[in-house]
Design a protein around this ligand. Structure first.
Ligand SMILES: Nc1ncnc2c1ncn2[C@@H]1O[C@H](COP(=O)(O)OP(=O)(O)OP(=O)(O)O)[C@@H](O)[C@H]1O
Length: 291
């Protein structure tokens, strides 16, 4: 690298640091208008929202999968999202995680991070973890090694061939093992776990990254009743420390964990409230039973 390039790089770095200390978005406008100082790398939730979607639209070949979707989630909230097949639940998660780009609308992480300006990997690194329906653990590795590997995705270890957790990281690994009910199975090969245990392990792998927001797509599908009950307890333990958005069809599970439920239909919010409130809503009854 030439001295000129080094100087240019240093200036760019300084500019970026200054911008992030001022809490500016890449577009410069929104956060600068608030003029709020916050720690770089932290999500600014001083406006009471960790996630904010406004008037989001996505069409696939002219079909409006998301059609004016607006919703927000408070820090530490456990939000359940329900809706009939094809309502747009997965597409909404794809938009939040940067997998799908909307045609129109706003998607913010906290008050200042415009998610539409970031790529999928950047969004994950900023603290939005996503759990797909099917568990994807490394079957040949032990439970402990799977969790170690989740730690090893950070920058520090990407550049080293061998990963050795620090004492602090080992403590965290132990905590996560207990949280996901797998403390007695640390040495077991992941491929030998039950379906439910694999789901918990994958959630544990996300937790190793200490995500601020967790998006969970049908987490209890295929679980036994006992596993479903344990998963409910797990989510109740996680809320507060993390914000969770749970998409699920299992109403018994939703009843156990939910405070506020959002009903999606035809790519937009149809109703919002407690489970009892939305279940009593004529429009919700119509979309679930009337089709
Ligand atoms: N890549 C795509 N190309 C074309 N259509 C798509 C695409 N992705 C989603 N869709 C359509 O958009 C609509 C919303 O799909 P989405 O998977 O988000 O719904 P969902 O609420 O998650 O449904 P389910 O409960 O069945 O998982 C559906 O009609 C689906 O067929």
């Amino acid at each position: 690298m030439t001295p000129d390039l080094m100087e240019e790089g240093a200036q760019r770095f300084e500019k970026l640091q200054t911008a992030s200390v001022l809490g500016r978005t890449e577009s410069g406008g929104r956060a600068a208008a608030y003029g709020r100082l916050h720690t770089p790398g932290e999500v600014d939730t001083t406006h009471g929202r960790i996630l904010y979607l406004e008037d989001v639209h996505v069409s696939f070949d002219g079909f409006k999968a998301i059609n004016g979707l607006s919703l927000d989630i408070a820090p530490g909230e456990l939000r359940c999202v329900i809706g009939p097949n094809g309502a747009g639940k997965t597409t909404m998660m794809d938009i939040i995680t940067g997998k799908t780009r909307p045609d129109k609308g706003q998607v913010f992480f906290g008050s200042t991070i415009d998610l539409l300006r970031h790529r999928e990997a950047e969004i994950a690194a900023m603290g939005i973890g996503r759990k797909f329906q099917k568990p994807t653990v490394f079957e040949q590795l032990s439970v402990y090694e799977n969790l170690e590997l989740a730690l090893a995705t950070d920058k520090r270890v990407r550049h080293s061939m061998v990963f050795r957790p620090t004492g602090e990281e080992k403590d965290r690994l132990g905590e996560v093992l207990t949280t996901i009910h797998l403390a007695d199975s640390a040495a077991r090969q992941a491929g030998n776990l039950s379906h439910g245990q694999k789901q918990w392990l994958e959630i544990g792998m996300l937790l190793m990254q200490d995500p601020k927001l967790l998006l969970l797509d049908e987490p209890v599908a295929g679980m036994t009743d006992e596993e479903t009950e344990r998963t409910a307890q797990l989510f109740l333990t996680l809320k507060g420390k993390h914000s969770l958005m749970v998409v699920e069809h299992d109403m018994g599970f939703i009843r156990t964990i939910s405070e506020k439920v959002t009903v999606l239909c035809d790519g937009a919010v149809l109703a919002e409230g407690t489970l009892d409130e939305v279940q009593a809503d004529e429009r919700v009854i119509e979309v679930y039973l009337g089709r």
